[in-house]
Design a protein around this ligand. Structure first.
Ligand code: ADP
Length: 191
């Protein structure tokens, strides 16, 4: 049903919608939007968040600061998503989402991670964004076990795509070949 790329190898001509898994750096992707694994302040951090802010330049931080705080210091609660411009990035937009910190898995982490993907996809759809690249949210500093995170991420995207009207390409950009292998395996299990 979908193109599930290991560098765009499989394609089904019956659909315009593609799901790709690639190894690489999300900051340099030329999709219309890239997704940031942000923290609730949206003021930058380590990992992919820091890399995105470095690549985008100071305009991104300035725009994030302008976003309203929903509670002190919180511009994006866990599981939600916010949109900014891409500034110095190739991508026109950045969708900032906040995944859960993993604390054993019994504190709503799976549902919050699913919500982070769902809200990111919904925001892309709402803004008419046709292509977006995700990093593996929550699986770095937030310590979500990557096997389970991959199943959640891919399940959400697979559930979303059939009804998508604007989104045509969802790409997962995995930083290591090990992470890519985990995502590939998860996708194979889900299909
Ligand atoms: P979180 O706090 O949500 O866990 P991290 O940025 O710490 O976010 O890590 C999320 C994932 O992103 C990790 O698997 C990490 O290896 C990966 N990562 C880090 N930098 C990049 C990048 N430039 N492009 C893609 N993935 C990245």
């Amino acid at each position: 049903m979908f193109l599930c790329a290991e560098a765009a190898e499989e394609e089904n001509v019956n659909t315009r919608i593609r799901l790709e898994l690639v190894r690489g750096d999300v900051t340099g992707q030329e999709t219309e939007a890239i997704v940031n694994a942000a923290n609730p302040s949206l003021l930058g951090g380590g990992g992919v968040d820091g890399a995105i802010h470095r690549a985008a330049g100071p305009g991104l931080l300035a725009e994030c600061r302008e976003l309203p705080q929903v509670s002190p210091g919180v511009r994006c609660p866990t599981g939600e998503a916010r949109l900014t411009g891409g500034h110095g990035l190739k991508a026109e937009w950045v969708i900032h989402t906040v995944g859960p910190i993993y604390r054993g898995g019994e504190r709503g982490e799976p549902e919050l991670l699913a919500a982070a993907y769902r809200h990111s996809l919904a925001l892309a759809e709402e803004k008419g964004i046709s292509s977006l690249s995700f990093p593996s949210i929550s699986t770095g500093a937030y310590r979500f076990p990557i096997g389970e995170a991959a199943r959640i991420a891919l399940s959400e995207v697979l559930a979303f795509l059939p009804a998508a009207r604007r989104v045509e390409l969802v790409r997962f950009v995995l930083f290591s070949s090990t992470d890519l292998a985990v995502y590939r395996e998860a996708l194979a299990e889900l299909r």
